[in-house]
Design a protein around this ligand. Sequence first.
Ligand code: BTN
Length: 220
Amino acid sequence: MIGRPRVHLRRTDSTNERARELANAGAPHGTLVTAGEQTAGRGRQGRAWAMPPGGGVLMSLVLGEWSAALPLAAAVATCEALPLPARIKWPNDIWIGGRKVAGILVETRPQDEWAVLGIGVNVGARELTAGATSLGLEGVDVEAEEVLADLLEALERWLRRPTADVLAAWRERDALVGSEVRWAEGRGTATGVDETGALLVTTTTGQIALHAGEVHLVGP
Ligand code: BTN
C-alpha cells in the first residue's frame, strides 16, 4: 500500500529532496513524505515550485517499482482525485479552466532502484503566480488532507494499470489536442501523445514528436 510509512514535516526545503534521502537510505516502496511548507520546492526543468505555507498538498512518494508510464499515470490520478473537472497540459501540468492547479515532478534513479514522485496541489492557497489557480479560488472548500487521501487512493489504482489504459485516460484529458502551440524552436497544432508520452505536433513541414521541454498555447 502506498502512503505508509508517512513522514510529515511542518517545514522543509523540498519533500522530493527528503524522499530521495529516505530512498537512498533504503525506505520501502510507498513511503510518503508530506510537508506544510517548502522553502525550496522544486519544479520541472530546474524551476522553483512555490506555494504559500499551508496552501495545499505537498507530497513525495518513494517507489521501488514503477513503469515508464509513471508520469502519465500520476497525471491521470491527480486529475481524477480533484473535486473539479481537470485536464492535463503536456507533459503533466494539471489545469482547471486553463490555469495550473497541480504540478508533478518525477525523479528516477534506476541504478539504485528508486523513483520519487512529487506532487503539489494548490488547495486553499489564494496568493499564487499568474497562470495558477487553487481549489479554493475555484470555489471548492476542502481540506488538503482530504485531497491527499483521494490522491493516494487514485495513485494506488493508476500506478498498477496497464500502459494502454493509462494512455487512453490521459488522452481523454489532454488539454492541448487540436490547439495551436509554440515551443522554443517552432509552432504547430498539437494532435495528441504517442505511446511514449511524446507530444505530437503537426507543423507546416510535417509531424514531429516533442519528447521533453515546454510548450505554450498560442493565444487567440
Ligand atoms: C512542476 O509543475 O514543475 C512540478 C512541480 C512539482 C512540485 C511538487 S511539490 C511536492 C514535491 N516537492 C518538490 O520539491 N516538488 C514537488
